[in-house]
Design a protein. Sequence first.
Length: 243
Amino acid sequence: MDPLTATAASGLRARMESLDLLANNVANAATGGYKADREFYSLYAAPEAADNTASTMPVIERPWVDLSQGLVHETGSPSDLALSGPGFFTVNGPSGPLYTRNGSFRVSPAGTLTTADGYAVSSGAGTPITLQHGRPFEIAADGTIRQDGNVVGKLEVVDFTGADRLVKQGANYFRPSDPALRPQTPTGTAVEQGKLEASNTGSAEAAVRLVSVMRQFEMLQKAVSLAGEMNQQSIQQVAKVGS
């Protein structure tokens, strides 16, 4: 494969990966607490390429998750919670603790505070939060939960010093990629009751980037076609010279 075709094909592959990330962001633009996927580009050079810069190819070195705060909007529902500042709510997943910024919780008929997927919200050490169903409750900024004037639990809000080592599980949950990564208590984080954090994917920004990547993809497709035509012309000209 000639260098032009190889470089263009590598660019096409990188843009296809970008399109997958962007499409997922657009699909979750209305998902509460969703954190956008981003990409980090780099250049690949084969070991035998030495200092030949013409042999370098664009690749996505690694995707990363944008953990910046989304806009917080009021819902009025007492079981809707948002975090102002860094950190995650802890929930009891099917295979251990999971962490989320989506505070769209509900009280089950049994009185357990759960996520929309039915995972119990943790108050520490995996203990679920149990409330009296149908009775009002208040949640303080530090996560303390009171019902009928009595403390019934406290939300387990945690953060990680190496948050870049968290990996997504589904659209709204995270888990540590390294078992040695331990949760810590965040500083300066407040729980806001009756509010939800929106996705930090800007719909307009994602749409603009999607159009931009698609245009780049089309240009690279034309480059591959042009390289094919040049190779064809070269073969034909060589055949004419040899005849």
